[in-house]
Design a binder for this molecule. Sequence first.
Ligand code: ATP
Ligand code: MG
Length: 232
Amino acid sequence: MVLEANNVTKEFLRKRADSNVFCAVKDADLALEEGKLTALAGRSGSGKSTLLHMLAGLLKPSSGRILLKGQDLYGLDDRTQSALRNKEIGIVPQGQSALQALTVRENIVMPFSLCRTGAPDDREITERAEALMKRLGITDLADAMPRELSGGELRRMAIARAAVMKPGVILADEPTADLDDENTKIVLDMLKELSREGTAVLLVTHERDALPYADEVYRMQDGKPLPEKDKN
Ligand SMILES: Nc1ncnc2c1ncn2[C@@H]1O[C@H](COP(=O)(O)OP(=O)(O)OP(=O)(O)O)[C@@H](O)[C@H]1O
Ligand SMILES: [Mg+2]
């Protein structure tokens, strides 16, 4: 098991008619394994991104634990947690996430620039970035600025950035939203390939087309991911 949510709950303070607390994720368990692509479906507002952010080390659960390779992610000090997260977890966030002042290539190698301890060397990372851009069909855009890219190109850039450190886990939050069929296929094939290479991949998706790519499908229901019986 690479990354595991153990009985996690997330409550938000929010004014509602009956109470001030809103529970977005409740007593959720989810285990992401090496070499597996796990899909997480569910209606809008069902808590998918909230769970993903907790798994990513970006949002502390109200209760419960997130274990990364057996280590309690939120029990670590800030510096250790950031270093571990940067090395082991690649994130493709929902929506726009490019740094506008950097080129496409610079955006992709960003996780490496942020944290060099225990990281591969410059040459290895440059070669990996080039290989990822080639596989994703964005080599020609390496020196372009993010504002010059289409939505699909930006998404492919985000996937290259998530994969560049060869993390143990990739968490992708609706990476195919708003993409045409061709880009959707490129993105899903890439995530599948990364999982076959041994990465644990979580794919949050609305798209039914994506489900056949998954080894396991879960659906968020009452704040919990429940296994789907028939994934197709
Ligand atoms: N910071 C916050 N404060 C208060 N409520 C929040 C906060 N973040 C999320 N929520 C609420 O928690 C619920 C779950 O949100 P979340 O973003 O996890 O949904 P989702 O399943 O990812 O939806 P979508 O498919 O639209 O992306 C929503 O009702 C949302 O309004
Ligand atoms: Mg979401």
